[in-house]
Design a protein around this ligand. Structure first.
Ligand code: GAL
Length: 378
């Protein structure tokens, strides 16, 4: 009898499954999945489909940032407890494949196309053994949110087309730009030439460079690919075809020569807000913020939206996505948007951490305040 009592007391002391579920987000700390392992989905984004959120990101290994596995997927209905769904897009063992194991595959994002009923994944791709020279985007599709995704193609962007804002005057100026006159970088004359389209002209034939990226679906169902181009000096916003698998050839430039990457975008009450970082590799820098009332611009720059310790370094992280949480199970939340960022750990890539913070508005502008811990239902 005594033994049974001890056993009962022991069982009662164990936390129930419900109790052991997480309720809060703790940015910068380990974030265990349903198997107790730190979530491995970096540079990621979240897709809501039905009642479920799907978090896609880069699988990072312990000792290299190259892609040895591919894009991972996690599922959740409360945004805090995540089930590991495994590898959504696997790298290939075929020699010479664009996505050969050991390539660089970064910042994957997935959007759902209601017309084709396909899940469309875009990502930044660098071919194996070529560092960051290829500067391509890659596209993959699946009939199911968690995959497996089938790789379709990779290439540079918008070959043979000029940005929509380049009219006769701009094209006449471009005609006069001679790369030989701008060999020295970071001079005022070079910056002016970059703004005028020096590198758009350089890459006109082969296609525009495409590195750090995100996807955005507007209220009218049109989708856009937003990426760092022109040696990371200028962001491009490129319209996608109705099936979300190609560019239409219509694109605009944001902050020419502004040196932005890690774009994350959301649309709040008719205004598009974009948060980006500067270009300092894995090291954090100060977030930048832009707004526009049309996706085609003009875009206006605002001061850094971050507040709190290390706000001048984006709390040690780099933007990756802005997630809408309204109408979710966490719909009690007084917040509508969550800012997602990565705290990179280049010497131990799989140990990189996540920053998830709610976006507040002050004087009509987004503000991101550091919190050690917060409840999504708060
Ligand atoms: C960062 C970029 C990351 C990764 C890294 C490599 O600037 O945002 O996605 O490409 O550089 O150094």
């Amino acid at each position: 009898m005594r033994k049974i009592c001890i056993l009962l007391a022991f069982l009662l002391a164990l936390p129930s499954a419900a109790q052991s579920e997480r309720r809060t987000v703790r940015s910068g700390e380990l974030w265990p999945d349903n198997t107790g392992v730190h979530i491995n989905a970096h540079g990621g984004g979240v897709l809501k489909y039905g009642d479920t959120y799907y978090w896609f990101g880069e699988h990072k290994s312990d000792h290299t940032s190259a892609a040895l596995v591919g894009v991972t997927c996690y599922a959740s209905t409360d945004l805090v407890n995540w089930r590991n769904c495994g590898v959504a897009l696997s790298v290939s063992d075929e020699k010479g494949s664009d996505i050969e194991r050991g390539c660089i595959l970064e910042r994957p994002k997935v959007i759902y196309n209601p017309v084709t009923k396909q899940f469309c994944m875009w990502f930044h791709l660098e071919l194996k053994g070529r560092g960051y020279d290829a500067a391509r985007y890659g596209v993959a599709v699946s009939d199911r949110p968690e995959g497996p995704y089938r790789f379709l193609y990779s290439q540079r962007a918008d070959a043979g087309t000029w940005p929509v804002e380049f009219g006769e005057k701009e094209l006449a100026t471009i005609d006069t730009l001679n790369a030989d006159n701008f060999k020295e970088q970071w001079t005022p004359a070079w910056l002016e030439a970059v703004k005028q389209g020096l590198y758009v002209k350089r890459d006109f034939g082969t296609g525009q460079m495409s590195r750090d990226m995100t996807l955005f679906v507007d209220d009218d169902g049109k989708a856009y690919h937003i990426f760092s181009s022109e040696d990371n000096l200028t962001l491009h916003i490129a319209e996608l075809t109705g099936d979300y698998l190609h560019h239409t050839g219509h694109y605009t430039r944001l902050a020419p020569a502004g040196h932005n990457e890690a774009p994350a975008i959301f649309k709040h009450e008719g205004t598009y807000w974009m948060i980006t970082s500067g270009c300092t590799g894995w090291d954090p820098n100060e977030a930048r913020m832009f707004s526009a009332t049309s996706i085609w611009g003009p875009w206006t720059q605002h001061p850094n939206p971050c507040r709190g310790p290390k706000a001048e370094l984006t709390f040690g992280g780099q933007s990756t996505y802005i997630l809408e949480i309204v109408n979710s199970k966490s719909s009690n939340s007084r917040y509508r948007w969550v800012f997602m960022a990565d705290i990179w750990r280049p010497r131990h890539p799989s140990d990189a951490r996540y920053i998830w913070l709610p976006i507040e508005f002050e004087d009509g502008k987004p503000v991101i305040r550091w919190r050690d811990e917060w409840d999504l239902c708060e």
